[in-house]
Design a protein around this ligand. Structure first.
Ligand code: IPE
Ligand code: MG
Length: 225
């Protein structure tokens, strides 16, 4: 979700206002995802690198997460949406963390759609934390080095149990991955669009999905007839 700051600047607003408008785009995208039958929606909301931003912007982003979780909790429960978090929540405010974990626990059995929020998330950090725990298990004799295959490593990632994404959408015009789901996007179709995230809506999601449907996915093989 990129372009909140530029969206705000173009309107003479502060960056926090851009993030707030971005939250409306999150609601629209969640709604449209349900309509289109998306089974897992992962949103990159705060990266391990975003701590480098000014303190007031970091504060605004944390506050928005809190508001989003408390405002939407009932709706998520009612609509059968499962909330998951990918990222290290140990460094966020303990109260906010408890609140998030509570909604994750309350929606654990929901199966309508999985809303996976990447918060304090970095792809390299995720792989490192997985490898650290995996090495710990190997050193303790709980895991044989011969048993370490792709599936085994995947089980240590935040995304354990989730299918790899079919489609990655980046808004805001940049054409880079920026440390997002590095392991999981090995064969993901990439889609870049210029629209700033706060302007993203159902028609943009629909266009992205239609483009995706025209892609031929061979996963390293050859086209089969
Ligand atoms: C949103 O867009 C990214 C988040 C941290 C949620 P930006 O804040 O990166 O917006 P730009 O790139 O400055 O326009
Ligand atoms: Mg940006």
């Amino acid at each position: 979700m990129d372009g909140n700051g530029r969206w705000a600047a173009a309107r003479g607003l502060n960056r926090a206002a851009g993030h707030r408008a971005g939250l409306d785009a999150v609601r629209r995208t969640l709604e449209a995802s349900r309509e289109f039958g998306v089974s897992i929606l992962t949103l990159y909301a705060f990266s391990t690198e975003n701590w480098r931003r000014p303190a007031d912007e970091v504060e605004a982003l944390m506050q928005l997460l809190g508001e989003a979780v408390s405002d939407e909790a009932d709706e998520l429960i009612r609509e059968g949406i499962q909330l998951r978090v990918s990222g290290d929540l140990s460094s966020i405010d303990p109260g906010l963390r408890r609140e998030v974990e509570q909604v994750v626990a309350l929606t654990r059995e929901n199966g309508e759609l999985i809303l996976n929020v990447a918060y304090n998330y970095g792809g390299r950090a995720e792989i490192l934390s997985a490898v650290r725990r995996l090495a710990g298990d190997a050193a303790a004799g709980r895991l044989s080095p011969d048993a370490i295959d792709e599936a085994a490593l995947s089980r240590y990632l935040y995304s354990a149990g989730l299918a790899d994404p079919d489609l990655l959408i980046r808004t805001g015009g940049e054409q880079r991955v920026s440390n997002f789901l590095l392991w999981q996007i090995a064969y993901t179709e990439l889609y870049f669009c210029d629209v700033y995230w706060p302007d993203f809506d159902r028609t943009h999601l629909s266009a992205a999905i239609q483009t995706y449907q025209q892609r031929l996915r061979r996963f390293g093989g050859i086209e089969s007839s």
